[in-house]
Design a protein around this ligand. Structure first.
Ligand SMILES: Nc1ncnc2c1ncn2[C@@H]1O[C@H](COP(=O)(O)OP(=O)(O)O)[C@@H](O)[C@H]1O
Ligand SMILES: [Mg+2]
Length: 396
């Protein structure tokens, strides 16, 4: 398979891209751009994935952005380069959709070559992160860490709902880990009374054997598994970053999704969870102090190169009367917002009763947006498929 796939381009651009990629290009037939990554892959004869998808100016912007956004979530190991007139609105929308580079359609061979190199480099980096650390592992699930600089912004609400939502999309697929080691409240949010808690799961026999570890998990009636938080802050403090790293690696060998709830800020345990994560849900309340905190945390994580390939920015407590728009937030944090959750009177009773909103078939705006967040992960996560891993492991 070619390293580069070209779509929606005329002959002249096709020649420049081919020259820039030293001939290593698979050109898709003219016609509609597939809206869905699976359709795109059907057109690649041997089914192997490229590193870079180059899209020419002949595709409609809405189609390009839709496909790029889905690739960004489902196949982070592919970078998208778009050749289109760089209007300001398109630039911003392209950034939100995760498009790697935007070039003028008249770009010359050298400019295209430089963009292809940058995109291939980024794709290789993302695949390295996604590749399981231990090649002997039989399965590596997605580790989704929910984090925020501040407390009380909805991490536990989102982590519990995400975990319950993923469980209903694939039974027995998901485990939720409470890494708010001192004051975790996952058990309360799920109405569970755990027999074992986090320290039991990381010390003693459970830390030696994955089969044993499974017996230390608490099961929720939905089919979700949980590692609940410790009984006291002192017991929680015995859990180290190394313990967390080992625990998440073991769970990812058993479960398709490992959802991690964290304490506010960047504790040793949270950093270990981010280090193991394939995805981070970065969360903030939609107010100025929250957004400032988020920006600082994102800056620190960028410096540490600890933002995983899957990055999902979520705003909670959105309120039209709050005076802050999504655009304001995006300007402040320098990146796109993916999901906006409204302030909702349905949430406090659900927390207090220990019944996540996604356990019920509610239709209120909060439940709807939570489902949208779930679908970002539940929709055919190609990055976790053995075929994807095997091909790219061999290629890199
Ligand atoms: N969108 C929302 N609307 C109204 N209340 C919310 C919303 N999200 C969270 N809450 C409430 O805010 C409180 C803190 O949420 P929680 O998920 O425990 O935050 P964190 O884990 O970040 O400390 C809880 O009482 C929860 O019910
Ligand atoms: Mg919490």
């Amino acid at each position: 398979m070619s390293r580069v796939v070209l779509a929606a381009a005329g002959d002249d651009l096709g020649r420049r891209v081919t020259a820039a990629a030293d001939g290593d290009v698979h050109v898709l037939p003219a016609g509609r751009l597939p809206g869905d990554p699976a359709r795109l892959f059907e057109q690649l004869v041997d089914g192997e994935l490229p590193e870079v998808l180059v899209i020419g100016p002949e595709a409609a912007a809405a189609e390009v952005l839709g496909l790029a956004a889905r690739l960004d979530v489902q196949c982070p190991g592919i970078s998208v380069v778009l050749l289109a007139r760089p209007e300001p609105e398109l630039c911003q929308a392209a950034m939100r959709a995760g498009i790697r580079d935007l070039l003028d359609p008249g770009a010359d061979v050298d400019e295209i070559r430089a963009a292809l190199d940058r995109a291939a480099h980024a794709a290789a980096g993302r695949r390295r992160v996604l590749r399981p650390a231990d090649d002997t592992s039989r399965y590596t699930g997605r580790v989704i860490t929910v984090a925020s600089p501040k407390g009380g912004v909805g991490k536990t609400t989102i982590a519990t709902n995400l975990a319950v939502g993923l469980t209903s999309s694939a039974p027995q697929s998901t485990v939720l880990v409470d890494l708010d080691v001192q004051f975790g409240d996952v058990a309360s949010a799920l109405g569970l009374v755990p027999e074992y808690t986090l320290p039991d799961a990381v010390h003693g026999p459970a830390s030696q054997d994955t089969m044993v570890l499974k017996t230390f998990l608490t099961q929720h009636p939905s089919g979700l598994y949980a590692v609940c938080g410790s009984e006291s802050p002192a017991a929680g403090d015995t859990v180290t970053g190394e313990d967390v790293s080992r625990l998440l690696a073991s769970l990812a060998r058993e479960f398709r999704y490992v959802v991690v709830d964290t304490a506010p800020g960047l504790s040793e345990q949270t950093l270990a969870a981010l280090d193991r994560a394939t995805d981070v849900v970065m969360l903030s309340s939609m107010d100025v102090p929250g957004v400032r905190g988020l920006r600082k945390e994102l800056d620190v994580l960028r410096e540490l190169c600890m933002i995983p390939a899957g990055r999902h920015v979520v705003m909670n407590f959105a309120d039209p009367k709050g005076g802050l728009s999504v655009r304001d937030v995006e300007t402040a944090i320098g990146t796109g917002v993916d999901v906006v959750l409204p302030r909702s009177s349905a949430v406090p009773p659900s927390t207090n009763q220990g019944v996540p909103l996604l356990e019920n078939g509610g239709r209120d705006p909060m439940t709807r947006e939570l489902r949208r967040l779930v679908s970002r992960f539940a929709a055919t996560p190609l990055v976790g498929s053995s075929r994807y891993r095997a091909k790219h492991r061999a290629a890199s």
